[in-house]
Design a protein around this ligand. Structure first.
Ligand code: 0R9
Length: 653
């Protein structure tokens, strides 16, 4: 970007202005093309665009603190203490800020002076798109002893840049209000922003990220001198680490690599977060493949060298070596090596990076193992145990299939499965219902052709606290696994699943919420792909029915929350009565059908894994041993809108 400093231009409108307005108009017409969607995800994307610009300035070596404020009206203010956007004239004749905020840049970003640039993982469309999609946007620049201000509405300049005071600070402040005419969600999610800012602070060590939420009167401050080492420690919070976290860094062929890891002995999954140029790569990619191969090779070579694996033994599987591993890989590659794949660009695709990472990790892990023999031995024994357990569970699973008939007969002890008549596994639905009375209503209310009911007794086993063997001893889950039709863990096979939709249907109360979390944890942990394929749902039974008998018959309306209740009272008018459903069991079977089970009229929430590692952390909070954390979380989230970890893509079908 070329600009001339401090020569503010006051040109009148020209042809190029009209083109600009047309450009921003295009953004307003088809916002999803620029930010992916106009729901909560798109809304938050606006924040990331602006924060990323501030981070670019930090990465260029200027400023170290970024403050995000969520105001009561859900407008968002982002401040940095870098050099300040140059306020002067651009070669086009307009002021530089006007160009930045009104000219649509194909591909998005301004080039800054080389280096490893942040650019927003998903879209990287920049400030002009944020401006176009905001009701208003106000810019303040602190630079050269002066404060400059400029204001836009719906993308158009309404107040040209002017000096409004003096200052000894430098920096940029952008305050904007996402346009409610564009976005279907305008409420900013606190946890989404907080998690992202914290994650950024971990990845960019010594960057101070501040979140002020005026709606909640909270201030959070994230700054980590230890960077991803602190990240790994946070991933392991509430768990039992086997030794202090380990950190490596290095630079190979222009690629900067940072890796930190820790092992815990009371958790049986893996927690892996990877980043390329500070962009989270949720779907992995070549760097992650290289990392995994490097780890597997180093452990197997060590195990053979020291006789922990005998000649006749097969090599250890990567999944067994990674059981209980928490790790963060952050690499920075030059821009010409930056290639992302997948629909949402969450996967890193540059092939030549894989062997570079693999060899680097292999060397470093081998060195670590050689230098720490006792730890190395216990890690390898742990992996061998993981392999044995995996083998045992496979056998148990096969046995369970063989005795599946006796499972169904053993009705007094275990959950009850009422199958659907059809064998069409794409269309069939499995409802997981808590308790016998609700199970009864559901059984009567369902469409027996394609809806199966599994009624679970009491609270399902808390899967986080138990290992895979006691899991398989649990009758509720045994029946559930049997009903679903596929093996679990690494042997899960989506093609064996008997249902197109698995629907958790619980009472809309605290216990129901807890059971939902327990079941989602189970699926997250042992049948994650079911969630990834979008096949797990939560049913939404109504809370109230408002009704009134009239000469023409009964007028009624179901309500899912208190707002709807108020509306319904108004709509139905004086003389109404209200039924409050305390549980599914209290609903008549035809009511349950029409409100909650009938695909034509029901509302389902789809459970999606938006961010597996964050979900992992939440689940630890919920399921681990810290009862206090769990209680607080459930109380705060009683509506069960787990926006961030299991985001809820809902709506009438
Ligand atoms: C609050 C969010 N912050 C920003 O959006 C932001 C952009 C920005 C910036 C510069 C400094 N701070 C910033 N904050 C900047 C960049 C350059 C020179 N001086 C200041 C440069 O890139 O050479 N700019 C981002 C783009 C531009 N400035 C411009 F140069 F294109 F105008």
């Amino acid at each position: 970007m070329v600009f001339m400093d401090n020569k503010i231009n006051k040109n009148s409108y020209s042809e190029s202005d009209i083109q600009i307005l047309e450009g921003l108009e295009a953004v307003r017409k088809r916002p999803a093309m620029y930010i992916g969607s106009t729901d909560g995800r798109g809304l938050h994307q606006l924040i990331w665009e602006i924060v990323d610009n501030a981070l670019d300035e930090k990465m260029s070596g200027f400023g170290e603190k970024i403050t995000v404020t969520i105001h009561k009206d859900n407008s968002i203010r982002v401040q940095d203490n870098g050099r300040g956007i140059p306020p002067g004239k651009h070669v086009s004749g307009k002021s530089t800020p006007e160009v930045i905020f009104t000219v649509l840049h194909a591909g998005g970003k301004f080039d800054n002076n080389g280096g490893y640039k942040i650019s927003s993982g998903l879209h990287g469309v920049g400030a002009s798109v944020v401006n176009a999609l905001s009701s208003w946007l106000e810019l303040k620049i602190y630079r050269d002893g002066k404060i400059y201000q400029m204001r836009f509405e719906h993308g158009r300049v309404v107040k040209d840049i002017e000096v409004i005071g003096n200052t000894n600070k430098t920096g940029t402040e952008i305050w904007f209000k996402p346009d409610p005419k564009i976005f279907t969600q305008t409420e900013v999610n606190h946890a989404t922003v907080s998690d992202r800012l914290q994650e950024t602070a971990f990845i960019l060590k010594n960057t101070e990220m501040v979140l002020i939420d005026e709606r909640l009167s909270t201030v959070e401050n994230y700054k980590y001198e230890e960077g991803i080492l602190a990240y790994v420690e946070a991933l392991c919070e509430g768990k039992n680490p086997m030794f202090p976290p380990v950190y490596f860094e290095g630079s190979v062929q222009g690629i900067e690599i940072e890796y930190a890891f820790e092992y815990v002995d009371d958790f049986y999954g893996e927690m892996l977060a990877s980043f390329v140029n500070n962009i989270r790569t949720k779907d992995g990619g070549t760097h992650e493949t290289g990392l995994k191969s490097g780890i597997t090779r180093a452990f197997n070579d060590y195990a053979r060298k020291y006789g922990l694996l005998k000649e006749k033994d097969k090599n250890l599987d990567g999944v067994d070596i990674r059981e209980g591993l928490a790790c963060v890989l952050s690499i920075r590659v030059p821009e010409n090596m930056l290639q992302f794949e997948g629909q949402v660009k969450n996967k890193f695709g540059t092939a030549e990076v894989k062997p570079i990472i693999e060899n680097f990790i292999y060397e470093k892990i081998s060195y670590f193992l050689e230098e720490n023999n006792p730890q190395a031995t216990s890690l390898i024994n742990k992996a061998i145990k993981a392999r044995d357990v995996r083998e045992a569970s496979r056998k148990a699973r096969e046995d369970a299939r063989k005795v599946s008939k006796s499972i169904k007969v053993d009705r007094g002890v275990i959950s009850k499965l009422t199958p659907a008549q059809s064998k069409n596994s794409e269309l069939n639905e499995l409802f997981l219902v808590e308790g016998d009375s609700a199970g009864g209503s559901a059984k009567q209310g369902r469409d027996r052709k394609f809806q199966a009911i599994l009624s679970l007794r009491g609270k399902v086993l808390n899967t986080e606290k138990s290992d895979i063997n006691s899991l398989l001893d649990n009758n509720e889950l045994k029946t559930l696994i049997y009903a679903i039709g596929s093996d679990i863990g690494s042997k899960f096979d989506i093609d064996q699943v008997n249902f197109g939709k698995v629907i958790i249907m619980t009472d809309a109360d605290m216990d129901g919420a807890h059971i939902q979390v327990l079941l989602i944890t189970f699926f997250y942990r042992y049948m994650r792909e079911l969630i990834e394929h979008g096949r797990l749902y939560v049913a939404m039974p109504p809370l109230y029915k408002v009704q009134k008998s009239t000469s023409k018959g009964v007028k009624f309306r179901y309500c899912w929350d208190d707002n709807e209740l108020e509306e319904a009272k108004k709509e139905i008018g004086p003389g109404y009565s209200i039924v409050r459903f305390k549980g599914l069991g209290e609903m008549q079977s035809d009511q349950l059908w029409e409100t909650t089970m009938n695909p034509k009229t029901r509302t389902l929430m789809q459970v999606t894994i938006d961010d597996a590692t964050q979900a992992e952390r939440r689940i630890t909070t919920l399921m681990g041993n810290k009862a206090e954390l769990r209680k607080r979380w459930i109380e705060q989230n009683i509506q069960f809108t787990l926006e961030d970890d299991f985001s809820v893509a809902g709506g009438k079908e």
